[in-house]
Design a protein around this ligand. Structure first.
Ligand code: URA
Length: 244
């Protein structure tokens, strides 16, 4: 159970004052009857709440796939810079968080949800969920670079006992060249260390020119989503992500 005005506020319908006004004007009905009190309590699971003739359907968990653009930060709030949540226009963003972080200049797949259990499972180092990246490099990787990157490289992290914390085994596939002639590779890692891909490439004296995440576990970036576009996960995507 929760207060009607709070319930409406979570749908982004307006400020408390505006909501009060809407209620007063009869724009909100509960189970077919105009609501008259902002502080009345409703059962979000069973009561049917309509605002201006449109049903406000309560969903406990929400899951979105965003194609993160360059220049937006993967956080819920930031004083100055646009966050990924600001891109979810017309959505109830309350309680939503991005699943992990992409650097401000990294593009691609970002899952956004309010399902804390899923966030924990996908990010927990013990679950080793694969993350695949399309990486555009300053120059070609040699066979020995590929071997090193796949086996594990020293990216400057140190373990508690003072020894280098080598990256976990990864897989790397060579791709084509991009429009500017930079070589493209596809790197799959199962960790999520800070700037990991960039630091791995630096460890073999290379440099990332452009980075895009294209897969997380079983979830593939929908190629029809332009940067900044998003959509809900399908039931099949959600099911396989929960099983992965
Ligand atoms: N690795 C990076 O270096 N940056 C990202 O945004 C993601 C992985």
């Amino acid at each position: 159970m929760q207060r009607l005005d709070k319930y409406l506020a979570d749908f982004g319908i307006g400020t408390r004052k505006q909501i009060k006004e809407h209620i007063k004007n009869g724009a909100v009905t509960v189970n077919g009857t105009p609501a008259h009190k902002a502080d009345m309590h409703i059962d979000e699971y069973t009561d049917k709440v309509f605002f201006m003739g449109k049903e406000l359907v309560f969903e406990k968990y929400r899951y979105y796939m965003l194609n993160k653009p360059d220049g937006v930060i993967s956080a819920t709030k930031d004083g100055r810079t646009k966050t990924v949540l600001n891109l979810l226009k017309d959505e109830n963003i309350k309680g939503l968080s991005p699943v992990g972080r992409l650097d401000i200049d990294t593009e691609g797949l970002l899952l956004i949800t309010n399902d804390g259990q899923m966030i924990h499972r996908l990010l927990s180092p013990s679950f080793h969920v694969d993350k695949e990246y399309e990486v555009h490099l300053e120059h070609e990787l040699s066979d020995s670079d590929i071997e090193l990157l796949e086996k594990g490289v020293d990216i400057g992290d140190v373990q508690k006992n003072g020894t280098p914390d080598i990256t976990m085994p990864a897989t790397l596939k060579k791709g084509d060249y991009d429009k500017e002639g930079y070589p493209v590779v596809y790197l799959t890692i199962c960790e999520g260390r800070f700037h990991q891909v960039k630091r791995m490439m630096e460890a073999v004296n290379n440099k990332v020119i452009y980075l895009k995440r294209i897969r997380m576990g079983t979830l593939l970036l929908d190629s029809s989503l332009a940067p900044s576009q998003y959509r809900r996960l399908t039931d099949d995507e959600l099911k396989s992500l929960k099983d992965c």
